[in-house]
Write a new protein. Structure first.
Length: 222
């Protein structure tokens, strides 16, 4: 049975953030790992998607999980005793690097999760050894953790993601429109998916098909 424990930053999972919807090898590698895992990759490369996918999978298996992000500015006591969950996912720990109290809290969490035989996935935008962590014991724990790096998608793979996203949301997007979007917008997946969300809203509101003129109008492109 899923443990119900509310924390101030326990983020609601995106229903579409699943391993089935992730293009690349990082999802399969992450699924095979247990214990302490360090997931890294550039912003917009799917780290948040993968962490939430891991939580979805744990929940569907009857295990307990929690996904936390944007911890900077909050008290480190927030992550005490999280080893009670089967899976703990903490996103963007870059923001906590160099903050003594947070580094100490993360070190203790790693030890507690490991001793309890549970799984902890920490994510950041860079390798563990370049993260700027000052606490030597924490740095060594992160370097020793199982390492997973996100995938660099080709344009064709990004097109697959955009088409699948549109299909799930109930509208069609031709390849030429996808290629136009790729050529005229930020190419990281988080920006592209945010753009798709906007197109979804506007197709419903305006009851129009997704064409290049429609994309230009919605996104204010010339």
């Amino acid at each position: 049975m899923t443990l119900s424990r509310q924390l101030p930053l326990d983020i609601k999972l995106r229903p579409d953030a699943t391993f089935a919807n992730y293009i690349g090898e990082a999802g399969r590698r992450l699924q095979a790992m247990h214990g302490v895992v360090f997931l890294w990759g550039e912003p917009g490369s799917g780290r948040s998607h993968l962490l939430q996918a891991a939580c979805h999978e744990a929940n569907h298996s009857g295990n307990t999980s929690i996904y936390l992000t944007e911890l900077a500015g909050h008290a480190p006591a927030l992550i005490e005793r999280l080893e009670s969950f089967d899976l703990v996912c903490i996103d963007d720990i870059d923001a906590l690097a160099g903050v003594e109290e947070w580094e100490t809290a993360l070190f203790h969490l790693i030890n507690s999760v490991r001793d309890a035989g549970k799984t902890l996935i920490l994510s950041a935008a860079s390798r563990a050894n370049t993260l700027g962590v000052r606490l030597p014991d924490l740095k060594s724990r992160l370097i020793a953790a199982g390492q997973v790096v996100t995938d660099h998608l080709t344009d064709d793979e990004k097109l697959m993601v955009l088409r699948e996203r549109a299909r799930r949301e109930g509208f069609a997007i031709p390849d030429e429109v996808c290629r136009f979007i790729l050529s005229r917008s930020s190419r990281d997946m988080s920006s592209l998916l945010a753009l798709m969300d906007k197109l979804e809203v506007e197709t419903l509101r305006q009851q129009k098909k997704v064409t290049i003129p429609f994309v230009k109008q919605v996104l204010g492109m010339s």
